[in-house]
Design a protein around this ligand. Structure first.
Ligand SMILES: [Zn+2]
Length: 134
């Protein structure tokens, strides 16, 4: 498994995240071949992840707000995103299922997607918590 920094990740971002990735990289799934770490200008408070399961890679985006968090919060954010990598395949499967079976914009679909997102985030957060509190 390879980890690459791409698209001019600011030095302060790279030096902040490198030791955390190093500490937790054992959590990466064995099927992952490449983790690309890149910076994003989106005004989100944390990190985000995009996974292409078929090609066995993931993009980890560092948003500017992440750098301002405490060490503990930044570490928690990273482990959370690593759990998203594990669950990406099932997450995409549910999205595909919704696209094929539910009317776009219907009240039922909005409810189902909202509930699914809540369940999914709770599962990811529980996994992150169990791992970090062991
Ligand atoms: Zn999440």
């Amino acid at each position: 498994m390879k980890i690459e920094f791409r698209n001019h990740v600011p030095k302060e971002f790279q030096s902040a995240i490198e030791p955390i990735i190093e500490r937790w990289k054992w959590l990466l799934p064995p099927w992952l071949h490449l983790l690309v770490v890149t910076a994003s200008s989106d005004q989100e408070p944390s990190l985000s992840i995009t996974v292409d399961y078929e090609y066995r890679w993931a993009y980890l985006y560092i948003h500017p707000g992440w750098i301002g968090g405490s060490d503990e919060m930044r570490e928690r954010n990273l482990v959370h995103e690593l759990m998203h990598i594990h669950l990406a395949r099932i997450h995409n499967m549910i999205d595909d299922l919704a696209n094929r079976t539910m009317e776009e914009g219907s009240a039922f679909r909005q409810w189902a997607e909202n509930e699914w997102d809540k369940c999914f985030e709770a599962t990811v957060t529980d996994l992150q918590h169990v791992i970090m509190e062991r």
